[in-house]
Design a protein around this ligand. Structure first.
Ligand code: GCU
Length: 683
């Protein structure tokens, strides 16, 4: 490590079972890429910490050494002997094999990849096996990433603040400059590379004045330095850019994508950027959204806008990540025909087939905005001829802001496993964004990250699990929640069985617990405007953002049916459309997202809507009380510092969960006038 920040899951504690194993005494290397060098450094460090002695290292281009750990990157010079040991033809560019190879009466461990990145990922996998005590002989592992793009989106501003950040200040920027001490950036690169992340956009999608200049000579040398750190860990650097850059930086009077001067400006700009960073990843763009500039100003489409940028980046292999979070944020609450949920599909679906090959549309997991519960965006699978990728939110904007425990892997699993029926049964979102359903040139998963410069990176120590889990799912969306959780707990807190059982249960329950004391049955929002924390049922009800619950004395919910609502359900393929269209078949947890119903409507659970609201809000608070009790039981079993830190957060969570419960319950009690069946106090 380069800094004294929390090592998170790269915690290489001493492990007696690894001591004195002959093959762990020496590491040999074939290959010279920067990434294989990082792999070697990480392995030496990890093994030293875990075995208590420093392994010897040697270059071994011919693979002559036996009974060692051998890192091998494929190249033309690879000797026959080593070629035969690894099935390179089964590997993608970033895949790897880990194999036990019997030799000279002993055994070597081979970590091999086609690229340095592959070897790096394989090395982190090997380290995981050592950390969790799962290093056995007879290893036969072959892994290829399912998603090509595995990205982190930072919403960091150059003044050091982080939009929707809950873990301190930016690790990249301070006072409108790049930070000088790069230790945290290096450790950050290790952390995210260890879970397979291969792209990072370092600045906020809302690109303000100073950040607009990131693509100018003022900052490009600094950007290149960070890109250099990332490169060693196989990470491509991306920048969020201001669509109006030709005006703001280039002195042009337009940013019209069809204007030849604008196109020439971007081409020159791309040449300049690649002059500094030959492997620059590309641009992330938020256009025509929440007051950001975009092609609509010039009566052009989002295909026109993104293609212009794509054309500039194409000669260098760069890509344009174009966000689909485009909607009218100046709605009148009386206007029942405009539906924010429809916006992404309505804007983008008609443009299918018009985007260049190096544009990829980044679609938020749901049609609204990272709520604790919302349906899956119907845009997934709706554009066979346009590259798509999914955007998730690790930072807990609407899920407790890292004060509350809310493990999001279960939510992401539901999204990834959601069957769109785009090409019949079995067309899950995970297959679409992996480019398996339609042959996309670029696709994958991105997430808004939850780290800042807090000593533990994520504010809430247990929020590290979300970062870990996202990376693992981006690598392989078929990994089970249980498997990811077990890995993370063992890597982060060791192998105490009680610690495992308690943490496993807390993590597994936390999303539903959070959901139950906040907004009911898929309705979302009901938070304080602006910062989005804390209960405020009508916070957004009479404002322009298009996020309504329409509660009155009779009932609540948004009618999004084709029959007599906004027609949103028609954006799904028929199987899903039919399921959501009728309150009879609509799942309880999404009922109020799709339907306006009386408080007395009976759910599949057998409860009325109003009784569900009361019960779930009481139960949610009890859930948090149970977390505290269980966590209390771990005192002395994990280090005092982390124990106390989590306990402090849980206590805040409890106090705020009570407030949520009381505010929401009293609101609906007073609206509906219906008593709680159990006669509990409602304020
Ligand atoms: C949310 C969030 C904003 C963010 C936006 C986006 O609305 O509150 O801070 O800019 O999403 O994803 O662009």
């Amino acid at each position: 490590p380069y800094s004294d920040a929390d090592p998170c899951w790269l915690r290489y504690t001493k492990n007696e079972s690894l001591e004195g194993i002959p093959r762990l005494a020496k590491i040999t290397v074939h290959g010279s890429s920067e990434q294989i060098r990082s792999a070697l450094a990480e392995l030496v460090y990890g093994m030293t910490e875990m075995t208590g002695s420093v392994p010897e290292t040697a270059e071994d281009p011919n693979g002559l050494e036996a009974n060692v750990v051998r890192l091998v990157q494929f190249d033309e010079a690879l000797p026959e002997r080593l070629r035969e040991l690894a099935p390179f033809h089964d590997l993608h560019e970033e895949g790897y094999v880990i194999r036990s190879v019997p030799e000279n009466g002993g055994e070597s461990i081979l970590v091999a990849g086609k690229s340095g990145k592959g070897v790096l990922y394989g090395t982190f996998h090997l380290l995981r096996l050592m950390q969790t005590g799962d290093l056995r002989s007879g290893l036969q592992i072959l892994e290829n990433p399912r998603n090509g793009l595995r990205m982190m989106n930072h919403w960091d501003n150059m003044d050091g603040s982080i939009e929707r950040g809950y873990a301190g200040q930016s690790i990249f920027f301070k006072d409108n400059e790049f930070v000088r001490d790069q230790a945290r950036i290096r450790d950050y690169a290790r952390l995210v590379a260890s879970v397979g992340i291969n792209g990072v956009a370092i600045n906020n999608v809302n690109v303000h004045k100073t950040e607009t200049q990131l693509i100018t000579s003022r900052f490009l040398p600094d950007v290149a330095e960070v890109a250099g750190i990332f490169r060693r860990y196989g990470i491509a650097l991306f920048l969020s850019v201001n669509y109006a850059s030709p005006i703001e930086l280039g002195g042009l009077d337009t940013a019209d994508p069809l204007d030849s001067r604008v196109r020439a400006w971007w081409k020159e700009k791309a040449a300049e950027i690649y002059g500094h960073i030959p492997d620059f990843g590309g641009f992330v763009v938020k256009a025509d959204s929440e007051h950001r500039p975009g092609p609509f100003t010039y009566n052009r489409t989002h295909a026109d806008g993104s293609n212009m940028l794509a054309e500039a980046l194409a000669p260098y292999g760069g890509i344009v990540v174009w966000r689909c979070f485009v909607y009218n944020c100046l709605q009148d609450w009386r206007d029942r025909t405009t539906d924010r949920a429809r916006a992404a599909y309505d804007h983008f679906k008609p443009l299918d087939g018009q985007f260049k090959q190096n544009v990829v549309l980044q679609i938020k997991n749901g049609p609204m905005d990272f709520q604790v519960r919302e349906p899956v965006s119907p845009l997934f699978g709706a554009m066979p001829e346009t590259n798509q990728m999914a955007e998730f939110q690790i930072t807990q904007e609407y899920t407790g802001q890292q004060k509350h425990l809310c493990y999001l892997v279960p939510q992401w699993k539901e999204v990834l496993d959601f069957d769109t029926f785009a090409r019949g049964k079995g067309t899950e979102v995970k297959k679409i964004v992996a480019g398996e359903t339609y042959p996309y040139a670029h696709s994958g998963m991105a997430a808004v990250i939850n780290v800042g410069d807090d000593p533990n990176w994520t504010g809430h120590t247990l929020a590290q699990a979300n970062l870990y889990g996202f990376g693992r799912l981006a690598w392989n969306p078929d990994l089970s929640e249980e498997a990811i959780t077990a890995e993370w707990i063992r890597l982060t807190f060791g192998k105490d069985e009680k610690v495992y059982q308690v943490l496993r249960s807390m993590l597994a329950e936390s999303w539903r617990v959070y959901e139950s004391y906040t907004s009911p049955l898929g309705i979302g929002w009901m938070v304080n405007p602006g910062h989005h924390y804390g209960p405020n049922v009508d916070g957004y009800e009479y404002s322009v953002w298009g996020t309504y619950h329409y509660a009155d004395c009779r009932g609540m919910g948004v009618n999004r049916t084709v029959k007599d609502g906004t027609g949103y359900t028609a954006q799904y393929y028929p199987e899903n459309m039919e399921r959501y269209e009728s309150p009879e078949t609509c799942p309880d947890e999404l009922l109020l997202f799709f339907h306006h119903v009386p408080y007395t409507h009976t759910l599949h659970s057998g409860k009325t809507v109003i009784q569900h609201i009361y019960d779930s809000h009481f139960e949610g608070v009890e859930g948090v009380e149970a977390f505290i009790e269980r966590w209390q039981g771990l005192e002395g079993r994990i280090d005092a510092k982390r124990h106390a830190q989590v306990m402090e957060r849980l206590r805040i969570q409890l106090a705020h969960a009570r407030e949520w419960r009381d505010v929401v319950n009293t609101y609906f009690f007073r609206k509906s006038g219906i008593e709680d069946r159990h006669g509990r106090p409602i304020y």
